[in-house]
Design a protein around this ligand. Structure first.
Ligand SMILES: C[S@@+](CC[C@H](N)C(=O)[O-])C[C@H]1O[C@@H](n2cnc3c(N)ncnc32)[C@H](O)[C@@H]1O
Length: 307
């Protein structure tokens, strides 16, 4: 089998995340265990590595692959359940918390997930097929204003109105139920030099909507800050500016002390920082890494440490 997913910036992630060889780590997006496999040599026999992934196939594969290793436990829950998983594992806190956001290469390439315009499949896009509604439900039921808002906010698409109108015109003739049908709508209204960019933006927008990706990220980060042990670190790999902005905001907010107006002679808010930045600017992959793994090209790694 060719490699299912090549872990991005794994050396940087490993070096910033693993601060204690016998610590308890939480990986919110364990996927096919690519990062986990690279981190393991750094962990002692009494360490704990708890991974979760909302994708069934990834969970099964990784549970089987690491079945003989008593340091590893794998769940198939959304990473927002980090607090419940900590309780199940009898832990008050984690030494390190990691997430490598988005979808795996396997999910992108698999023909039935509906994540990509490159393969024909049902317009589904759910990370967990047992929860929520598929993308086709939203695409065929939202009104023009709602579609425009989603395309602008989640896809950063400049001409959202044009795309929304084309979707509505098409679906009045026939429901849009496949990835190729949606791609055709976009193709009909887009100049060739902008086509792939727009296709990516539109597919990204609906994927974020279907999985509430920004909402769950905020919830996960908020809980992670609380669940980290002093000196422990959170390392998050993002792949687009919307995710990166949220990580930056949550970290900055936790790293901030007093928020009294500058005109106040003394602090009355009493607010103290709970985290400190480990890297001021996000780390990005080397050009060498991008040359052999094109999917790394948009990656950004931010790391913050609990005080
Ligand atoms: C980029 S891949 C991770 C790959 C992994 N680091 C590896 O090297 O194999 C992202 C994974 O996160 C999962 N995922 C995305 N959002 C999630 C969420 N909210 N909760 C749990 N898993 C999630 C996806 O199903 C996917 O398998």
């Amino acid at each position: 089998m060719t490699q299912i997913h090549v872990p991005v910036m794994w050396k940087e992630c490993r070096d910033f995340l693993i601060t204690e060889r016998s610590g308890a780590y939480f990986d919110g997006t364990v996927g096919f265990g690519g990062h986990l496999e690279k981190f393991l040599p750094e962990l002692n026999k009494d360490a704990l590595y708890i991974g979760t992934d909302s994708d069934d196939t990834a969970k099964k594969y990784t549970s089987e692959k690491f079945a003989g290793d008593s340091r590893i436990r794998i769940y198939d829950l959304n990473f927002t359940h980090i607090d419940k998983i900590a309780i199940l594992e009898g832990l008050d806190s984690f030494t390190g918390i990691f997430a490598d956001l988005g979808v795996s290469s396997y999910q992108l390439d698999s023909s039935d997930a509906g994540f990509t315009y490159r393969a024909e499949s049902d317009l589904d896009m759910r990370m967990n097929k047992k929860l929520g509604k598929p993308a086709s439900y939203f695409i065929n039921s939202m009104d023009e204003g709602e579609i425009i808002q989603i395309l602008r906010e989640y896809g950063e698409e400049h001409d959202a109105k044009k795309v929304a109108r084309a979707i509505i015109a098409k679906r009045t003739v026939k429901k849009i139920t496949t990835t190729t049908a949606l791609a055709e709508v976009i193709e009909e209204i887009t100049p060739p030099n902008y086509l792939f960019k727009r296709l990516s933006r539109v597919f990204q927008a609906f994927r974020i909507l279907v999985n509430d990706e920004l909402g769950v990220l905020r919830e996960f980060l908020g809980k992670s800050v609380d669940l980290l042990a002093p000196g422990g670190r959170i390392a998050i790999l993002t792949y687009h500016s919307l995710e990166d902005r949220i990580v930056k905001e949550v970290f900055r907010n936790a790293e901030k002390g007093c928020i009294c107006p500058p005109s106040f002679p003394v602090c009355v808010c009493g607010r103290k920082p709970v985290m400190k930045a480990v890297v001021r600017k996000p780390l990005v992959p080397s050009s060498e890494e991008i040359s052999f793994n094109n999917r790394a090209r948009s990656a950004k790694l931010r790391v913050s440490e609990k005080l």
